[in-house]
Design a protein around this ligand. Structure first.
Ligand code: ZN
Length: 296
């Protein structure tokens, strides 16, 4: 799938009038990578329509918007709702500019939400994606965290960093695997220990406890990843990173419905494709106890 990029100007996504959604990071001295194709608005709309099983004509009307509303907002629009109301509800839900007049930004967000979300469903029945080779070594901080991941997951983290770098975006893996004890410590914070609550999961109940999950942070301050030390925690660019990860076959936390977690990526084992997160974690705990391969 082509990469969706967005040009960020004062945190607002501006798209060229050619109606192609092309993306570029705010660092001006970095050139976008033209190897990646851009996706035309027509292609984006048709892909969304195809995914939703409505008429594929690139001309979204009430049928398409009703289906988008159901997919994005989680329920059918009220029978009396005007198209404008439906569009605005979708835009609001996606954090897109809420004007009832969907342009490339809204469509890129819809595409991510509708087509990206079910990347796992598309792969249903297939094995877990795998990458050959170790990938290009990343910056030292990332490598330290990548080393805590299962060998099978490491090339995915490096590939994601490299794909982002090709777009002029520096990301680092800032969190990898935590032991059950470390997870318990984290869970205690803000509960039985001082501090802000940072986790809702006890040891064994976070996907970070099994070597399959990692978090990334965007960094700026230099074009050299080793020297870029300024973290960027809030940025619409996380959505673009999410799309890159989804392309690789990773599951992206930004597509989760309950707790949206944009920095989070994980390699979901093939057997867990249709499982709820809690059921996957239960099976992982069992496999850990019995020494069984997590991906077999
Ligand atoms: Zn995470």
């Amino acid at each position: 799938m082509p990469v969706i990029l967005s040009k960020i100007v004062r945190r607002k996504i501006v798209v060229p009038s050619s109606q192609s959604v092309s993306v570029r990071f705010e660092t001006k001295d970095l050139k976008p990578n033209h190897k990646h194709q851009t996706m035309s608005l027509d292609t984006t709309i048709r892909a969304v329509q195809k995914k939703l099983g409505v008429t594929v004509d690139g001309q979204p009307g009430p049928e398409t918007w009703g289906a988008i509303h159901l997919a994005v907002v989680g329920k059918n629009p009220a029978p009396s709702a005007s198209l404008d109301t439906i569009v605005r509800a979708v835009q609001k839900k996606l954090g897109a500019f809420e004007d009832g007049n969907p342009g490339p930004e809204t469509w890129a967000a819809i595409h991510l939400a509708v087509v990206g979300k079910n990347a796992q469903d598309v792969k249903k029945g297939n094995d877990t994606p795998s990458l050959t080779g170790e990938g290009k070594p990343a910056d030292s901080r990332s490598e330290g965290n990548i080393a805590t991941l299962l060998p099978r997951v490491r090339p995915f983290a490096r590939a994601l960093i490299e794909k982002a770098a090709n777009q002029g975006i520096i990301i680092k893996v800032t969190s990898g695997t935590r032991s059950f004890a470390e997870q318990d410590e984290l869970f205690a914070q803000g509960r039985t220990k001082p501090g802000k609550r940072v986790s809702n999961a006890r040891g064994g109940f976070s996907n970070h406890n099994f070597g399959i999950a990692f978090d990334v942070t965007i960094f700026k301050g230099s074009t050299d990843p080793e020297k870029a030390k300024t973290p960027v925690f809030e940025s619409p660019v996380y959505k673009a990173i999410g799309a890159l990860g989804t392309e690789l076959g990773l599951e992206w936390g930004g597509n989760w419905k309950t707790i949206v977690d944009e920095p989070h990526f994980q390699l979901r084992p093939g057997w867990a494709a249709d499982l709820r997160e809690s059921d996957m974690l239960a099976e992982l705990r069992e496999r850990k106890d019995s020494g069984k391969d997590f991906f077999a």
